[in-house]
Design a protein around this ligand. Sequence first.
Ligand code: EPU
Length: 420
Amino acid sequence: MAQDVIKIRGGQKLKGKVEISGAKNSSVAIIPAALMAESPVTLDGLPEISDVKTLVSLLEDLNIKTNLSEGTLQLDPTDIKNAPLPNNKVESLRASYYMMGAMLGRFNKCVIGLPGGCPLGPRPIDQHIKGFKALGAKIDDSDDTSMKLEAERLVGANIYLDIVSVGATINIMIAATRAEGQTIIENAAKEPEVVDVANFLNSLGAKISGAGTSTIKITGVSHLSGSRHTIIPDRIEAGTYMCIAAACGEEMYIDNIIPEHVEPLTVKLKELGVKIESGDDYMIVKSTAPYKNVDIKTLVYPGFATDLQQPITPLLFLADGPSFVTDTIYPERFKHVPELQNMNAAITADQGTATIKPSQLVGTEVYASDLRAGACLIIAGLLADGVTTIYNVRHIYRGYSNIVETLKALGADIWTEQQA
Ligand code: EPU
């Protein structure tokens, strides 16, 4: 199948308004979690991204009726059937692992392909498995392409996560919703997406407290019924547009944003010298480059998000000295570095830290290795002299709704072509 490439002629100033979509990383957990309801569910504010479409099609494989239109998903799990979920769809995204928690909760059993997702270095799911086992599940992973999870009954347990993991926290919370008695997750992730999933499950009738803190308590319930829920705004998409505005915004109005969720980025951008005005649910950001150099270290929430270290990197070429970016969550998340080097950037990466020096980027052909690397290359292309051609853009479409059209409307010289 012919694939798109994205082409950008750099140097334009961007102006106008951007509406932020619902959060990808909430949506990809809430869609699977919805299969536990015994009556229809409506989800509003879903982003128009390929990961959402893939998960909806996995629900259809379970005989769930769905209707997805303009960010609203109606789904009716009344006639749900427990079918094995095939590897080809499951491995196209990381978040398919939430089908494990949801199907365990609903059926006490599932057979599922292995999750894929962005190649960010090792991404084990041992903490998810540890949680499911603590709830009473037996896991058979003797097959190379699929896993079988089965419990006679799920029983609440105390689970201490060895690593603060967003995915494990949410997955265990989903399954524990239907376990008998109380589950306590300690050392839980505090990301806003964890809170959104807990709020959604509670709207179905679950009894979850403490989401957003490091201790989450879940009292199991025997039935969940349908509800209507709106997904929270995507803090990573918002943060990406804040970086775009700081790179080349004459003035950008970013709407549907929760300023508190992007605070760690806002603080760094202000340290660089970016001009930001913030309201209850919007931000106005302009480029005031050249900037001051800064150091960044990614941490779990409320620290600086790993998902934003790649998008902020191009701004550091506009600084007046060297900057250092350390990723403590994914020390190998630096596949954008050789691509930026091809664009004439003075950047190196070693042992989880990138060193970035002032550079004038030059357009060339580059490859998006993963979603946020793709966002980084788009920003680099907007800043570069000449034309940048980005390959592998399917990664970008996995997480950003209509990004090419949005940037074009803001004044960017950006277009897609079919790859020859
Ligand atoms: N980890 C383990 N064992 C586990 C789970 C995680 O060792 O069982 C490690 C990971 O290897 C990593 C760290 O713990 O070093 C944190 O991983 P986490 O489980 O929190 O990541 P995730 O749930 O797989 C989500 C987002 C990622 C985001 C990370 C960190 C989804 C679908 N994905 O992944 O988002 O980078 O949290 O915030 O929610 C993206 O949107 O581009 C993206 C990759």
